[in-house]
Design a protein around this ligand. Sequence first.
Ligand code: FRU
Length: 452
Amino acid sequence: MSDKLLQSNILPEFHITGGKGWINDPNGLVVFNGEYHVFFQYHPHGVEWGPMHWGHVKSKDLTHWERLPIALRPDETEDGCFSGSAVVWKDKLWLLYTSYRENGGGDNIRQLQSLASSDDGVHFVKHGVVIGEKDLPDEYSPSDFRDPRILRRDDKFYALVAAKRKGGTGRILLFESDDLFKWKYVCELLHRDCKGIMTECPDYCEDIGLLTYCEQNRASEGHEHVNLHTTVARVGKLDYKSGFIETGRGEPVDYGFDFYAPQTFTGQPLMIGWMNMWERNNPSAKYEFAGMLTVPRKIEVKNNRLWQTPVYACREVLSIENSGKITDRLISGSVKINMAGLRAFKMKLRMNGRHYAKLTLDDDYWVFDRSNAGERIVGSEKDDDSKAQVRRMPYEKSVFNRLEIVVDRFSVEIFADGRALSSVIYPELDADGLELELEADSFTYRRFDIAV
Ligand code: FRU
């Protein structure tokens, strides 16, 4: 880590970053020898996307992360190691990822799926391409074929891979294998084109029957899918011979400004996403890092929809009941507010003088506003909410409401009755003011520090 980062103690306290450099998608989420391993798309030599490596951290408690050496780096056979996933088998940690070959660009680009393995979970050996051009059905393009999600079931391995139909858009393909080296195409998952121009980073959590995938450049629908690219959650069941059988409506995984490419831990209902968005400026570049991952979320299906709860080690430091106005301090940690008979809500956080991020409630939505939260973030979205730096998440009208807000030096993640709204903010580093005005029949406000 560079002197600047060390001296200024500037990195997020408990959110994963690359230390120095650029990161995007979380990759290879897996438990190996009792520890949580997280890899991520990493460009160590700059604060913008570049030749992709796999960065690597591990943790015992999903909160304190230890940095490990780079796990995969480009070499003479591949110009980038794109996204992929991990599985533990025969005491080894296996990675299935996309080898990206530039080949002069355009239709000559090749994206093929490769295997790597490790005995110690730190040093990896590459085994080369295992799902190649000849394994891809003719109607798909080998230039847009990526992000293998490995699954294990009944002594077989399966992989979901995003692919682009020639003359069409993105789809999710299912492959199977007995030994991770030889793969066979089985079927397509949804039997229709995605709504964007390409599908990315498919994921399936068998435990709860949840399929998620990203759609590039999908048009927004009302207050949903407003970001340039989006991630959809579909409830249902994967039939490993014929595809995915849906039982729910597709809903955005997250309603915030900054969420993409989530993945679950292999075999566990626990999800992490990339907390950023393509085509935006990254004010943290001046500190030599760009991009971070979300807090891990326990995922469940309730009322036929995705329900997310953040997971991190914390300790309660304050508890207040039924007070009309609350003034508190928070830079990193969380608040949990349980409310009965909620009528009005207004919270300002990371306040410093006139600057703050704001969360309010209107009739139907939680409204997050970062227009006055510090350094300006400019993206390529052109809609009114984006121009106003606002995002909205449906408000579940009910007798009781639960809110959990997870805050770190450069981020706010709001969880309201199972839904999530995640965004980065770049306030002054010492902006610690918090003000809450709440009208309800009764409520409790509790604040938590991150456990040391
Ligand atoms: C998604 C993505 C993946 C690709 C990776 C490259 O954000 O575009 O499809 O594997 O990033 O870094």
